[in-house]
Design a protein around this ligand. Structure first.
Ligand SMILES: Cc1cc2nc3c(=O)[nH]c(=O)nc-3n(C[C@H](O)[C@H](O)[C@H](O)COP(=O)(O)OP(=O)(O)OC[C@H]3O[C@@H](n4cnc5c(N)ncnc54)[C@H](O)[C@@H]3O)c2cc1C
Length: 491
């Protein structure tokens, strides 16, 4: 990586510029979108602007306004804060501030910023000792990979899920041999994998894919050993293909599509055909039990929830701002019922803020000597937000109603009908142009295909809601509460 010289004389950066990130995407990756192979992700109309937005965020890491919030200094290098292994409560709080800053750059709409996956690599490295249970070398591999990813500012996606062919089989932890990603061969150099995995958000715009376990494997069965692994592979690995959904970036201007013209983070199904993974990039192998324990026991899931809650806070705040601006535009903000509706969005926002605060302030040391935010408030947020977000979007729809449809395009402000548009689209407190801009933003968030995908993302990206809820139930300390019920029954 080219060395970057800072104006203030500091040298040697672990962080990359946007240009370096974009250059890294111009490799031989096998990405398919809307029926065609993508020649260059950085130039393809459906992917390019999302990648350039992320590039602009990478550049912000160098901006003196943000640098000390989103990076830390180690060995004469600036490293993304998400890689900081927290050794104190203050470190946890610093990490939270960096997550929140990154999220504010897109108001949480670009959900899969690199700090999410950086956090999982950090957590696995911080608890690498656990991987020694598989093989001592696996722990070393993780520590080396952490060093590589953090000092080269790699952008990772992840693919945790085996595609469901039969729900009952999947629920029982059994894998479908024709579809599920599995190891088909191994030799002295590494393993070869074939099959499919879901669902890499940002995949085509990432450098590397983390293929970690999440499906609970049936640990009793020997035939599941070939499905039990954790590794990381470069996106341009030979035999790795990314099959994308349709793009929501339809080439519209920032005025016409304020969100989808900027924040298209693509989702892709991954297929692997004899993809070679060298041993140095393997962290768990043929160990279903360790696969099942890994995310929880490294606290990766808690550390990742910390990144997530900070992003959700930024997003909820943005929606409160949007609702207030919409109400003010027509003077609805004086109406008690409207105020009550918007207050509901404020309650949601303040709930998330309080949960984040509680998690950070109750950060504690784990058995590896690292600090983790308190899981329960984060887990509460992880379970509540997938239900709260659709309600936030419903509030935008309820307040916006037909204004979400009274949205002529930017061109209509200058073409033959510009006179009508300028006259008839005004609101009490907004000229027509500004009213159209505001409601196009609300439309992109709450009605467009892009907005629909945002809602789906919030509902599911961390996992099936009832599965997450049942984990919460299992972890909850219920005994003391049950005792209180028993006491009154006994008295
Ligand atoms: C926009 C978007 C982005 C995503 N990005 C990523 C990503 O980057 N990386 C990644 O790995 N994954 C990603 N996912 C996948 C996400 O993790 C899954 O959607 C989620 O775990 C649900 O799994 P599923 O889609 O297979 O649905 P299913 O498993 O079919 O779940 C559908 C419903 O079935 C029920 N259900 C599922 N499992 C059980 C069970 N064991 N017991 C009882 N009921 C159950 C639940 O009610 C659930 O709502 C993404 C998903 C979306 C929608």
């Amino acid at each position: 990586m080219a060395e970057i010289k800072y104006e203030d004389g500091r040298k040697g950066a672990g962080i990359r510029t946007g240009a370096q990130y974009l250059e890294g995407l111009q490799d031989s990756r096998d990405v398919w979108l809307e029926g065609e192979k993508v020649a260059d992700v950085t130039k393809h109309p459906g992917l390019s602007r999302g990648a350039h937005t992320l590039a602009s965020f990478m550049d912000k890491q160098f901006d003196p306004e943000y640098r000390d919030i989103v990076t830390y200094r180690e060995d004469d290098k600036d490293i993304p804060m998400s890689f900081l292994i927290p050794k104190s409560k203050e470190d946890v709080v610093r990490r939270g501030a960096a997550f929140y800053e990154w999220a504010k750059w897109s108001n949480g709409v670009f959900g899969r910023t690199p700090d999410y996956k950086n956090t999982s690599i950090m957590a696995f490295a911080a608890c690498a000792k656990l991987l020694e249970e598989g093989k001592v070398e696996f722990a070393d591999n993780m520590l080396r990979y952490y060093e590589y990813a953090s000092t080269n500012d790699k952008v990772l996606t992840h693919s945790l899920l085996n595609p469901t062919v039969s729900f009952s089989e999947a629920k029982a932890g059994r894998s479908n041999a024709d579809v599920t990603l599995k190891v088909v061969k191994e030799n002295d150099a590494g393993i070869f994998v074939t099959g499919a995995r879901l669902l890499a958000t940002l995949g085509p715009q990432a450098d590397e894919v983390e293929v970690f376990p999440s499906t609970v494997l049936d640990r009793q069965k020997d035939e599941h050993l070939e499905y039990a692994f954790a590794f990381v592979a470069p996106v341009d690995s030979s035999g790795l293909r990314m099959i994308c959904r349709d793009s929501y970036d339809h080439g519209k201007s920032n005025f016409d599509a304020p969100l989808s013209s900027r924040y298209e983070e693509m989702d892709a199904v991954l297929t692997f055909k004899d993809v070679f993974v060298p041993w140095e990039r393997v962290f768990i192998y043929r160990d279903p039990l360790l696969c099942n324990r890994a995310f929880a026991e490294t606290n990766a899931v808690t550390q990742m929830m910390h990144q997530v809650i900070c992003g959700k806070l930024a997003k909820a705040e943005f929606i409160v701002g949007l609702l207030c601006a919409m109400a003010k535009a027509s003077g609805k903000d004086k109406d008690m019922n409207i105020k009550g509706q918007i207050a509901e969005a404020m309650f949601i926002t303040e709930t998330i803020r309080a949960l984040r605060f509680s998690a950070e302030q109750h950060a504690h040391e784990d058995e590896y000597g690292n600090y983790i935010p308190l899981r329960r408030p984060l887990d509460t947020s992880r379970n509540l937000f997938p239900k709260m977000y659709p309600r936030l979007i419903e509030l935008v729809q309820l307040l916006g109603s037909s204004s979400l449809m009274a949205t002529p395009s930017e061109l209509d402000l200058t073409n033959d009908i510009a006179g009508d548009v300028t006259q008839y689209f005004q609101l009490l407190n907004l000229e027509s142009k500004d009213r159209i801009a505001l409601f196009r933003l609300a439309h992109d968030l709450s009605v467009s295909g892009f907005g629909g995908r945002q809602t789906l993302y919030e509902r599911f990206f961390f996992g099936p809601p009832n599965v997450m809820a049942s984990i919460f139930y299992d972890l909850y300390n219920k005994d003391e509460m049950i005792d209180r019920v028993d006491k009154i029954l006994d008295s």
